[in-house]
Write a protein that binds this ligand. Structure first.
Ligand SMILES: Nc1nc2c(ncn2[C@@H]2O[C@H](COP(=O)(O)OP(=O)(O)OP(=O)(O)O)[C@@H](O)[C@H]2O)c(=O)[nH]1
Length: 338
């Protein structure tokens, strides 16, 4: 420690305020109090000094590391990448930086946070500073900042944002896509199919006499049916297909790279699977059927909405023909007048 009396004496005699050894003492004390790793290496990447932070976190004795290559003491360092980085710091005589987002850590230092993190090592921001000294050799000071907390909370935030984004796409009852997301997907698939000249088909699906079911068994039973039917239809689709809840008891399926015959075949499979499914509500067997309208994008359609209209027309026809049926837009030209 500096003796305050010595300082007063120095002031009164007009001598320089602090001598070199005093400055060295101050610098060394500051470095050792820092909650940041300080590592100084020469231009051959041999360690010249480090601070207490690194001594504590590596559990190595200072005497054993001075004069050793940084790559010997820290064999985990990416040697080629770091050599290039350090060389450019020396050549350009300008600082460089490596954030935890680029590389979670350079030095394998255990973190000491009482939180669960994905890595057993401390997340780090590393700064590489060229150091001017009187001696001919150049030096680099590497500052290693512990950013484990930042990394952890950023990860949590990212996860929450992704969950929120997913929730905003999902229908709360049936857990399939909601109408907004489904329609956005259709707009994208429409653009893709036009660009790559690929087929695109659509199925609109509506539960038959659903009002009666609600009236007879109650809304909770209706909700259960919507959920079960959604799961059943999902199980019949390919991963590329997009299934969404279009309205109350109306659903819609986008079928990329699928022609009308293929979509009709799938529609028939869905219709039969639902009609033969055994649903059960509080011990009561529930029978449900659906009507389906199928349409394929034609060269004349200039907007994806026209495909919805075509599938809706076909669905209307399936309802008109007695329900529990699949109809194709190919044979429907317009809505019948009421
Ligand atoms: N339980 C439940 N019912 C719903 C939900 N959304 C819409 N509905 C009901 O679905 C019924 C739809 O009735 P309609 O449009 O007359 O159709 P429908 O009775 O199925 O008759 P068709 O379509 O002609 O076969 C209405 O009673 C709505 O209240 C929901 O989330 N849960």
């Amino acid at each position: 420690m500096l003796d305050p009396n010595a300082l007063t004496h120095l002031k009164s005699t007009g001598e320089p305020m602090l001598t070199e050894p005093m400055l060295k003492q101050i610098n060394s004390q500051i470095a050792n109090q820092l909650n940041t790793g300080v590592l100084v290496i020469d231009d051959e990447f041999n360690i010249v000094m480090w601070n207490r932070f690194l001594q504590v976190h590596t559990d190595k004795a200072t005497a054993n590391i001075i004069g050793q290559s940084i790559f010997t003491i820290f064999p985990e360092l990416p040697e080629r990448w770091l050599t290039r980085k350090l060389t450019s710091v020396l050549q350009l005589n300008s600082p460089s930086f490596c954030s935890w987002q680029q590389r979670h850590h350079l030095f394998e230092l255990p973190h000491t946070r009482p939180i669960t993190t994905d890595s057993e090592f401390m997340a780090q921001n590393c700064t590489f500073l060229p150091i001017e000294t009187d001696c001919a050799q150049k030096h680099i000071c590497i500052l290693i900042e512990d950013v484990t907390d930042v990394c952890h909370y950023q990860g949590q935030l990212q996860k929450t944002l992704e969950e929120l984004a997913q929730m905003s796409r999902i229908d709360g009852l049936t857990q399939i896509y909601n109408r907004r997301h489904w329609q956005e997907s259709l707009a994208q698939e429409y653009a893709k199919s036009r660009r790559h000249n690929k087929k695109l088909s659509l199925i609109m699906l509506d539960l038959d006499h659903f009002k009666l079911l609600n009236d007879n068994y109650g809304h909770q039973c209706g909700d259960m049916v919507l959920t079960e039917i959604s799961a059943l239809v999902s199980s019949l689709l390919r991963v590329e297909d997009t299934f969404g809840r279009y309205g109350g008891e109306e659903f819609a399926i986008i079928l990329p790279e699928t022609h009308l015959a293929g979509a009709m075949e799938l529609g028939q499979r869905i219709c039969t699977s639902i009609a033969t499914a055994s649903l059960n509500y509080n011990g009561v067997a529930i029978k449900v059927t659906v009507s389906l309208g199928v349409a394929e994008l034609s060269d004349d359609d200039s907007r994806y909405e026209e495909l919805i209209t075509q599938a809706d027309l076909a669905l209307y026809q399936a309802k008109g023909q007695g329900r529990n049926k699949v109809c194709s837009a190919a044979f429907v030209t317009s809505f019948p007048l009421a």
